[in-house]
Design a protein around this ligand. Structure first.
Ligand code: AMP
Ligand code: ZN
Ligand code: FE
Ligand code: FE
Length: 292
């Protein structure tokens, strides 16, 4: 049975802060979400939960329900996949230790990215990327900013196309754990694993069905069906994928920075009917009436 969605709820379960590659600090991000009417927010920084404490304080102040979140990088059949973890225990020691490992791996990866891009002859590439990351471990978007600043390419999109995107030298993925391992971390910490933005992996429908099947076998329970600025074709395709494998449906903007009207906090395509929302399965279910 599916329960009609409550129009008073505005749920965004995917966004980024300065704790990873977002432009807004966790508190400013939560404030912006509140201004845009978001009632339930998950901050899902790449491979870290370091922004959650600041986000939680801001959420109390602005009357937003904060759901513990993270977006983990991993490998499936040698491809980089993102898995969003929701509603886990953010104090779980094994989980925090896995985040420490991801962080060390990210540093080793950042060093290798800098090494692989050394032929571009940009002075102090790693140090400058780290500066863009506010002293934390730099990701590809931080390297992209330095390459644009140095005049190697004219904009971030071109940087990904030529140097950092799939198959290019800066696309270092050797450090990521396997899909089933990261799903295991989330499940062991009491959370729900969601396959993030399934349409972004440039996979055929057949390959994607195979991924969803392996994801489910590993303990994954939900697919991210609805995002900002998505085509209705993709929305329908993902809804079908969800129904086919009996997966729960999640939604999130994947907001990184202000100024991109097609990607804004809380601005999410309407979820197709007949799907079971992931938030009905949170430890404190959202939008489900308790029986009288
Ligand atoms: P990383 O975690 O270092 O692998 O960086 C992944 C992040 O890079 C994504 O979450 C996006 O924010 C950004 N990204 C990936 N592909 C592109 C692209 N083609 N153009 C701009 N940003 C991108
Ligand atoms: Zn990102
Ligand atoms: Fe992602
Ligand atoms: Fe993301």
């Amino acid at each position: 049975m599916t329960i009609p969605q409550d129009p008073a709820l505005c749920i965004d379960l995917h966004c980024h802060s300065t704790a990873s590659d977002g432009a807004l600090a966790p508190a400013a991000l939560v404030e912006r979400a509140a201004e845009r009417g978001v009632t339930h927010l998950a901050l899902t920084d790449h491979d870290t939960v370091d922004g959650l404490a600041e986000a939680r304080s801001a959420a109390l102040l602005h009357n937003v329900e904060l759901v513990p979140g993270v977006e983990l990088s991993c490998l499936w059949k040698s491809r980089t996949i993102h898995v969003v973890g929701l509603d886990f225990d953010p104090t779980d020691q094994a989980f925090l230790s896995a985040m420490d490992t991801q962080n060390s791996n990210r540093w080793a990866r950042a060093r290798q990215i800098a090494e692989r891009l050394s032929k571009l002859r940009v002075d102090d590439l790693l140090a400058r990327a780290t500066e863009h990351a506010g002293g934390e471990v730099p990701g590809r978007p931080h390297f992209a900013k330095v390459l644009v600043e140095a005049g190697v390419v004219s904009n971030v999109a071109q940087t990904f196309k030529r140097h950092l995107g799939a198959g290019k030298p800066g696309d270092v993925k050797a450090y990521w754990p396997e899909l089933d391992e990261v799903v295991g971390w989330i499940v062991a910490a009491g959370g729900i694993a969601v396959l993030a933005h399934p349409r972004k992996y440039q996979m055929t429908a057949t390959k994607l069905r195979e991924l969803v099947s392996d994801f489910r076998k590993a303990g994954g329970r939900a697919l991210e069906v609805s995002t900002s600025g998505q085509s209705s074709g993709d929305l329908g395709f993902l809804a079908e994928l969800c129904r086919r494998d009996g997966m729960l449906a999640s939604q999130g903007s994947d907001f990184h920075f202000p100024g991109a009207p097609w990607c804004e906090l809380g601005k999410i395509m309407k979820m197709p009917d007949g799907l079971e929302p992931v938030w009905h399965h949170f430890r404190e279910p959202v939008g489900v009436q308790a029986p009288a």
